[in-house]
Design a protein around this ligand. Structure first.
Ligand SMILES: Cc1cc2nc3c(=O)[nH]c(=O)nc-3n(C[C@H](O)[C@H](O)[C@H](O)COP(=O)(O)OP(=O)(O)OC[C@H]3O[C@@H](n4cnc5c(N)ncnc54)[C@H](O)[C@@H]3O)c2cc1C
Length: 413
């Protein structure tokens, strides 16, 4: 028999961040909520606008096991819409590893879990965001776009006070019974409650960007995405974003720099020229179309970012009434290729735990039990991957031999 009451009835929830994790959470809670129960009041604040300006890359969504983002999208009921926006035809596009001359080292097609039609796919981030936003907006929740949560603190009565700033700088204060921190890697909520819990440099930087190809991505990137390995400590990721644009990211292991280009607002002409010069010099061993893609990169979509990540959060008593999901909880670098998948599953699993449990504490414990191990596994895998794609000398040769004989097991993209 469905429960007659629920501990969240009549309560107020604030969701900080309407990105992948936050939108999924709101949509999932609305979908799973008991029909006879009254839905809690939900206010969602996102510092960005509803149509973000910078959503310029594509993502791998995975579905090879129950922790894949495709499972969460299926549970939400938006999988068909997502599949319509696949960058590559389903089950024909593959993740590849190539040597510096584009010779194939490995080609992966993940086996789908359950009733999923594919084990992996690529989607433009903007398409994923739009589909999730539209789904979340169907929930009984109020969305405040262009409003940043700048700080939060617990009040003596146990409720949480959140300070919100508009884009014009006006501030307001809002109280809630439950705060969902989904405000991404640089979470202000995490900064308020866990100021020492910061991301750490993971040992590599990625420089890259996007180039436009009106006649379609150059071969072999019209059908596949993946990583080029040099064996000289440099690697480069490539993927089509849509039928015209290709994103690339060149990396090597190196000490952290302090001169990264700004992520927002694009690069100046001088910065773009310097980035291209450095990329072409570092990736001198990579055969065409590497040079063509680098040359085609435009200033608005170029980047140089350090790989940074952090351990997942264990929600103890000090965090009562507060739950971290997605990158706000367990930031992983792009080398993981799994942060969006984790964010999707976090959103769904937290909503499910809240609906099924008898108390908030029990729900958060159930969420941690599911979310923590997969985030820790992704973190470890991304560190292994950073080592692997930058191998040199004999270690690289052994790795290639392992690939060639199929002895090396690669669990995801
Ligand atoms: C180049 C690159 C490639 C990647 N490739 C993949 C991939 O192939 N597969 C994969 O699974 N993952 C990939 N990722 C990781 C993935 O994009 C992230 O892990 C994912 O976006 C995390 O989702 P999130 O909802 O936690 O955070 P976000 O998507 O960053 O959303 C956070 C939201 O919070 C809002 N916000 C921020 N601060 C505040 C504030 N103070 N107040 C209110 N709102 C705020 C933001 O506007 C945003 O809408 C990649 C990342 C990068 C950078």
């Amino acid at each position: 028999m469905a429960p007659q009451t629920h501990f969240l009835e009549g309560k107020k929830i604030i969701v900080a961040g309407a990105g992948i994790a936050g939108s999924t959470f709101v949509a999932a809670l609305y979908k799973l909520w008991g029909p006879t129960l009254s839905f809690p009041e939900i206010a969602v604040f996102d510092r960005g606008l509803r149509e973000p300006k910078r959503e310029g890359y594509s993502l791998s969504l995975n579905g090879e096991n129950e922790h894949g983002g495709l499972i969460a999208l299926q549970q939400l009921g938006v999988l068909d819409d997502i599949l319509e926006h696949t960058v590559f035809p389903l089950n024909s596009g593959r993740f590849k590893m190539w040597d510096s001359k584009w010779n194939e080292l490995i080609s992966l097609q993940l086996k789908p879990f359950g009733t999923l039609p594919t084990g992996t796919m690529r989607i433009a981030r903007k398409d994923l965001r739009r589909i999730l936003t539209e789904k979340a907006e169907q929930a009984k929740a109020t969305f405040h776009w262009g409003f940043a949560c700048t700080a939060a603190e617990r009040l003596e009565n146990g409720r949480i006070k959140v300070t919100v700033a508009s884009q014009t700088g006006d501030t307001s204060v809002h109280e809630c019974d439950l705060l969902i921190a989904a405000d991404g890697v640089h979470s202000k909520i995490r900064g308020s409650f866990r100021p020492d819990d910061k991301t750490k440099y993971a040992g590599a930087i990625q420089m890259g960007g996007q180039g436009s190809f009106p006649n379609g991505p150059p071969s072999p990137l019209e059908q596949n995405w993946g990583m080029m390995l040099s064996g000289q400590g440099v690697s480069c990721f490539f993927s089509a974003v849509d039928k015209e644009n290709v994103v690339w990211g060149l990396s090597q292991r190196e000490p952290e720099r302090n001169d990264y280009y700004p992520r927002a607002g694009g690069l100046s002409a001088d910065q773009l020229a310097a980035l291209k010069k450095e990329a072409l010099s570092l990736g001198h061993m990579f055969a065409e179309p590497f040079r063509t893609i680098v040359e085609a990169t435009d200033a608005a979509r170029a980047f140089m970012v350090p790989a940074r990540d952090k351990e997942p959060i264990v929600h103890g008593a000090s965090l009562a009434g507060l739950v971290f999901i997605g990158d706000a909880n367990h930031a992983v670098s792009p080398f993981a290729g799994n942060g969006a998948n984790l964010a999707l599953k976090d959103g769904w699993d937290l909503a499910e735990a809240l609906c099924q449990a008898a108390s908030l504490n029990a729900a958060v414990a159930a969420y941690d039990k599911t979310s923590l191990p997969r985030a820790a596994e992704t973190l470890k895998m991304s560190h292994d991957r950073i080592s692997m794609v930058h191998l040199t000398g004999i270690k690289h040769k052994l790795f290639r031999a392992g690939l060639a004989t199929g002895r090396l097991f690669l669990s995801s993209k």
